[in-house]
Design a protein around this ligand. Structure first.
Ligand SMILES: Nc1ncnc2c1ncn2[C@@H]1O[C@H](COP(=O)(O)OP(=O)(O)OP(=O)(O)O)[C@@H](O)[C@H]1O
Ligand SMILES: [Mg+2]
Length: 501
């Protein structure tokens, strides 16, 4: 279907891709694998007409093509589901899906009825249970990702590129997507699948190519390679997987949450959080698991002061009442949140790495009220090296970093506030397997230094790997609590499934 020959691409003189060749076969899924910043998204943006300046040739259906914009690529049948979501927040799902290809009536007016109907069909197919009229701004990241997928499916494309389509969705939705991919294979579409979840790749991909620092290090049949070998080829050496040592259970209560309830103000009566009670101890890593919509994010947001109507008696921090009416108060008290949606809540995309990192603690970098460039730079460089953020310099605009490296900047920004409590909402979304382990190590080290850490994740292996203790949530309630020793995938999942479907 498509052959890319010796593709090279530079950004400001720095090579992002060097002599990369690739073949996409009709009816097959090709996996592109590589660490954060390896060049995967860049390669896909070249194939789909986003980047027009590059060296090398693309042969599509036997003809040499050189797209001058994404629309041209789309029209000829190449479509991409972008890693960073590209929806218009103030428009609804239907409007987003049909943006730029609206269906018109004979009077040249919008045929809203047909567009809405088609959107409904797509949402049904993808089992996303929301109205086509919902504004994007009211959707969770995972739901937005499903809308992105729907948008790509509407085109009748021959090449469908999926750049981390499952980074924000749960196992159940992954199954729905896989079912759709199998259908697309039967229709002889060529599919590119990018994911850091290696077990997904071995299930869905037929062949793979591995990129390291913009060069191909290996390629072949998916069935002929195992995960260890993939990781070796990705990072160029063996990596150690750390096994967490047994730790003495901490005793001192850092944060306590009493009778926390939260109601949605829009639809009266809908309870988001229902009488939540728990403690977080110093030096503890508390994992919170739940399916989408269980209330995990809302719980973290409430602790951060984003739902200020909660009664004052609800939280105590080191035995003193915590009165956070605004995230600002929480940060000052020593509580930070690494949010789920880095693009919307975590970063100022147009600012550079340094400014983003120092943003949450400007006072610390100021001398007599004036921000000291020197302090800012020192702070930024400290975290760039501690978290191995791959960026040409601290002056690079965050928007230009690879997805995983953007996530590391959010983490850096939070750590720079020197928190007592670090809350992480899906902290390793879009982070490669090796960097994930580094982040787990980092979380462990931080907790050993006395921080209390709350990790929310929909990846069970992640929760099991990092937590000292695990709370399970369903329908706004805590449905189970396990120690590290008691917890396993079965009992956690059982507690996470809502009782009232
Ligand atoms: N628009 C840009 N301007 C400057 N540099 C860029 C730009 N886009 C990407 N880069 C750089 O090119 C390299 C490859 O980035 P790319 O986004 O392709 O990585 P990736 O393999 O998709 O990583 P991830 O797994 O984190 O998504 C990175 O070093 C990145 O910083
Ligand atoms: Mg990418």
């Amino acid at each position: 279907m498509l052959i890319a020959e010796k593709i090279s691409k530079k950004f400001a003189g720095i090579a992002a891709l060097e002599d990369v060749s690739l073949e996409l076969l009709a009816g097959k899924v090709t996996a592109i694998i590589g660490e954060n910043g390896a060049g995967k998204s860049t390669l896909m943006k070249i194939l789909s007409g986003v980047y027009t300046e590059y060296e090398g040739r693309i042969i599509y259906k036997g003809e040499h093509v050189r797209f001058t914009n994404p629309k041209e690529a789309q029209d000829s049948g190449i479509n991409i589901i972008h890693q960073e979501l590209n929806l218009v927040p103030d428009m609804n799902i239907t409007e987003n899906i049909f943006l730029g290809r609206e269906i018109l009536n004979s009077w040249n007016t919008l045929n809203k009825k047909t567009m809405r109907y088609k959107t409904q069909q797509l949402l049904d197919k993808l089992k996303l249970n929301v109205s086509p009229d919902t504004h994007i701004a009211n959707l969770k990241v995972g739901q937005q990702q499903v809308v992105e997928i729907a948008k790509a499916l509407l085109y009748n494309s021959d090449v469908i590129i999926m750049d981390e389509p499952t980074s924000a969705i749960s196992d159940h939705e992954v199954e729905v997507l896989f079912e759709i991919i199998r259908g697309l294979k039967k229709e002889n579409k060529a599919i590119v699948y990018i994911s850091h979840k290696l077990d997904e790749l071995s299930r869905i991909a037929d062949s793979y190519i591995i990129l390291r620092d913009g060069k191909v290090t290996d390629s072949g049949d998916m069935a002929s390679i195992n995960q260890d070998a993939i990781i070796r080829k990705m990072v160029g050496r063996d990596i150690k997987t750390t096994v967490r040592e047994h730790r003495v259970s901490p005793k001192e209560i850092l944060l306590s949450v009493k009778n926390l309830s939260l109601k949605a103000n829009k639809r009266a009566g809908k309870i988001i959080l229902d009488n939540i009670n728990f403690h977080l101890y110093t030096g503890e890593i508390l994992g919170i698991f739940g399916l989408m919509g269980a209330g995990r994010t809302e719980l973290l947001e409430t602790i951060l002061g984003m739902h200020p109507k909660t009664p004052i008696s609800t939280f105590t921090l080191q035995d003193a009442p915590l009165k956070a009416k605004h995230p600002h108060d929480a940060i000052r008290a020593g509580i930070v949140l690494v949010p789920e949606d880095r693009k919307k809540d975590g970063l100022v995309l147009g600012m550079d790495v340094m400014k983003n990192i120092s943003l949450s603690c400007l006072k610390k970098t100021a001398r007599q009220g004036i921000i000291s460039k020197h302090e800012e730079l020192e702070l930024a460089n400290k975290y760039i090296s501690a978290l191995k953020i791959k960026t040409p310099s601290s002056n690079q605009v965050v928007k230009n970093l690879s997805g995983g490296n953007q996530q590391k900047v959010v983490l850096a920004k939070c750590l720079a506030t020197k928190p007592k409590i670090l809350m992480l909402d899906e902290p390793t979304r879009g982070i490669d397997a090796n960097a994930k382990n580094e982040i787990y190590d980092l979380i462990t080290r931080l907790s050993a230094s006395g921080l209390g850490i709350i990790v929310v994740s929909s990846e069970l292996p992640e929760i099991l790997a990092v937590s000292d203790r695990i709370l399970v949530m369903a329908e706004g309630r805590i449905t189970a609590e396990f120690t590290r020793a008691e917890a396993n995938e079965t009992n956690i999942l059982k507690a996470a499934i809502p009782k009232t479907i």
